[in-house]
Write a protein that binds this ligand. Structure first.
Ligand code: 5AD
Ligand code: SF4
Length: 442
């Protein structure tokens, strides 16, 4: 979502004469868009600000125009005035619900005002004020449909930094999707912190589910692929499961975080569902779409997690089999209920568990990819490859693929044969017939 927000910040600033630069050295304004989800991400912000301050000082001593500095995102939201005090050289500190006001906030900043801080949760949605997406998006684009979260998992800052659940109206989502498609986008990934809790108001005045929204988007000419992320297992409604059977554009890959495999830990996390609930949900999804591949997030070392609890996580991973996953050591976040729980787990134990979990997940990812060797897959070609004469893209299962082909393939689909699988990508070739046919046309 921060990638999406950063693009929207570009869109908001564009009418005011700003354009993105390739390097920080060329910038008149630097916006640091920040993440607060784990301590490590949040810590990076201040070291980055230290570097920017030095750059700003250098520029001043060279007599160049003053560099403006803004911090956006969830660290800005969480720290607010404290950040302005700790880094008084900043011009603006703005939370994720206020960035559409950046031009005005920058204009308000004077020597006398000091850093301008905007971290209120406005009653109207920022989406009512943002211009339609205008920055070049390539063939695959994110589209925020929902923001915020009401689930309050005990480890998570999101409900406090992004605020309460807010769904964009169906018409606004469809308008943005059409705009993106007109700019060459063929794959839309619908975004939300808890995207399957989507309940935006439809043109009929009723609340639409995510499944209904997906069906409407699938009808737009030029939408080849649809995805959505991130979902909460407890919000996987029946119609959404059915959509995986009924909508060919909905890709057979689902990021569905389970976090842990022990019921005791899941309860302490306030995840509202057992490990077996998750297993049953996965079964239902796979019955709806047999080639569905799954991805998840995991937290190891949640307060009170015992060796046996951790073994239950490994058992769940073995049972389900993931195509890919993200896993993290539990990070204590101030203000969240889990931060004050007894039984905080030692760093060394967390590190050891993370290693074991990641080794298992890595094996699963490797064998998932290896199963494609020798098969034909459809690739949405989204960029030139790393080597000259190569292009790269993604399969339906979100695997990165690279193969030899002309740059003219970028933006379209190609069917390729997989030659080899690495953990993070596939190497493929275009069947000879395809090349001949294209050659004949040329
Ligand atoms: N510590 C570790 N991981 C966390 N996540 C969220 N909060 C924390 C935390 N306090 C992880 C979850 C979530 C992902 C986006 O980040 O796994 O799904
Ligand atoms: Fe955080 Fe996701 Fe839980 Fe919401 S559902 S509180 S975003 S982990």
């Amino acid at each position: 979502m921060n990638v999406y927000d950063s693009q929207r910040i570009v869109d908001v600033l564009a009418p005011h004469g700003y354009a993105p630069t390739d390097t920080v050295d060329d910038a008149d304004l630097v916006v640091v868009n920040t993440c607060h989800i784990r301590e490590k991400a949040a810590e990076k912000v201040y070291s980055e600000l230290g570097r920017l301050r030095q750059l700003s000082g250098r520029r001043e001593s060279e007599g160049k125009p003053r560099l403006s500095l803004a911090v956006a995102g969830c660290v800005a939201q969480a720290e607010g005035e404290a950040m302005a005090r700790r880094a008084p050289f900043l011009d603006v500190v703005v939370g994720p619900q206020g960035y559409h006001r950046l031009p005005e906030l920058l204009a308000r900043r004077t020597r006398a005002s000091g850093c301008v801080v905007e971290t209120s949760f406005p009653t109207d949605s920022k989406f009512d004020h943002l211009p339609t997406a205008a920055s070049p998006a390539g063939v695959s684009a994110f589209l925020t449909v929902q923001e915020g979260c009401d689930r309050f998992c005990t480890f998570c800052v999101v409900p406090y930094t992004r605020g309460a659940e807010d769904s964009r109206p169906v018409a606004a989502v469809i308008a943005e999707a059409k705009e993106l498609v007109a700019n060459g986008v063929r794959e839309l990934t619908l975004l939300g912190q808890n995207v399957n809790a989507y309940h935006g108001v439809g043109p009929d005045g009723r609340s639409w589910s995510l499944a209904r929204l997906l069906a409407a988007l699938a009808e737009i000419d030029g939408v080849w692929r649809l995805r959505y992320t991130t979902s909460h297992p407890a919000d996987m409604a029946d119609d959404l499961i059915r959509a995986h059977r009924e909508l060919p554009q909905l890709m057979p890959f689902l990021h569905l975080p389970v976090q842990a495999g022990s019921d005791r830990v899941l309860e302490a996390m306030n995840r509202r569902g057992s490990a077996d609930d998750y297993r049953r949900l996965v079964d239902r999804l796979r019955r709806a779409r047999p080639d569905l591949a799954l991805s998840s997030d995991f937290i190891v070392g949640f307060p009170g997690e015992s060796d046996a609890d951790f073994e239950a996580t490994l058992a769940l991973v073995r049972d389900v089999g993931f195509a890919q996953a993200f896993s993290f050591k539990y990070s204590r976040r101030p203000g969240t209920p889990a931060a004050v729980l007894r039984g905080q787990v030692a760093e060394a134990v967390k590190a050891e568990r993370l290693d074991r979990l990641q080794a298992l997940l890595s094996d699963q990812q490797q064998s998932f990819n290896a199963a494609f060797v020798g098969q034909q897959v459809e690739v949405l070609v989204d960029r030139p490859g790393r080597k000259p004469g190569q292009v790269a893209g993604r399969t339906a299962h979100l695997q990165a693929v690279h193969f030899d082909g002309p740059a003219t393939l970028v933006g379209g689909r190609a069917v390729v044969k997989v030659l080899a699988a690495e953990r993070h990508s596939l190497r493929a070739t275009r069947p000879a017939a395809d090349r001949v046919a294209l050659g004949a046309v040329a």
